[in-house]
Design a protein around this ligand. Structure first.
Ligand code: HEM
Length: 179
C-alpha cells in the first residue's frame, strides 16, 4: 500500500518535471523566434554549440555513473553519493542544455535553411532519438533514487555507447552536409 502511494507520488513528480521542462522549451523557443535575431546568426550558433557540448558531456557521463552505481549496495553511503551526482547532473546541466540546444537549433534550421535540406532532416531525426534516450536516462535517475533500478551493469555499458553513435551521425550531417 505504502509502495503504491510512493509510486503514485514519484510518478506525479516526474510528470510535473516533464511538463515544466516542456513548458520552458516552448517559452524559450517562442522567445527565440519572436525576437528579431536575424543579424545574430553566428552568435546563436555559438550558443547552440556551447549548449550541445554541455548536453553531450552530461549524456556521455550519466550512464558511466549508472555503471558504477549498479555496483554499490542499495542504501549504502556510496549509493547516496551517486544519487546526488546523478540528480544534480540531470537537473543543473543536462535538462537546461537540452532545452537551449533545441530552441537555438530549431531557430538556426528555420532562419538558415528554411528546414529544407535532407541532412537537416536526418540530423533532427537523430536528435529526436537522442532526446528519447535523454528521457530514458531521466527515468533511470528516478528509479536509482528510489533503489528500484533493475537493469544490469552490462545494460548500462551498452546503452552508454548510444549517445556516442548518435553524436557521430549528428556532427557528420551538420558539418559535411552530404545531401
Ligand atoms: C536540437 C535539435 C537541433 C537542431 C534543429 C540543430 C540544427 C542546427 C543548424 C541548422 C545548425 C547550423 C548549421 C550551419 O550554419 O551550417 C547547427 C549547427 C551545429 N549543430 Fe546543431 N542542431 C540540433 C542539435 C544538435 C546536437 C545535439 C548536436 C551535437 C551532438 C549539434 C551539433 C551542431 C554543431 C557542431 C554545429 C556547428 C556546425 C558548423 O557550422 O560548423 N546540433 N545545428
Amino acid at each position: 500500500m505504502a509502495g503504491e502511494t510512493n509510486d503514485k507520488r514519484s510518478g506525479q513528480t516526474a510528470f510535473l518535471r516533464a511538463m515544466t521542462g516542456l513548458l520552458s522549451l516552448a517559452v524559450l523557443t517562442a522567445m527565440v523566434f519572436w525576437v528579431d535575431l536575424d543579424g545574430y546568426y553566428d552568435w546563436i550558433k555559438a550558443v547552440h554549440v556551447l549548449a550541445i557540448i554541455s548536453w553531450m558531456a552530461g549524456m556521455l557521463y550519466l550512464p558511466r555513473l549508472f555503471v558504477n552505481h549498479v555496483r554499490t549496495e542499495a542504501g549504502s553511503d556510496m549509493s547516496d553519493v551517486f544519487k546526488g551526482m546523478e540528480s544534480r547532473l540531470l537537473r543543473v546541466i543536462i535538462n537546461p542544455a537540452m532545452t537551449v540546444s533545441w530552441a537555438t537549433g530549431l531557430w538556426l534550421a528555420w532562419r538558415g535553411f528554411g528546414l529544407e535540406p535532407g541532412w537537416l532532416h536526418v540530423k533532427i531525426a537523430a536528435v529526436l532519438v537522442l532526446s528519447g534516450v535523454h528521457g530514458h536516462f531521466s527515468k533511470a535517475v528516478r528509479l536509482f533514487a528510489e533503489d528500484r533500478n533493475e537493469k544490469s551493469e552490462r545494460y548500462w555499458r551498452v546503452v552508454n555507447e548510444v549517445p556516442t553513435i548518435l553524436m557521430i551521425v549528428i556532427v557528420v550531417m551538420v558539418i559535411v552536409k552530404p545531401f
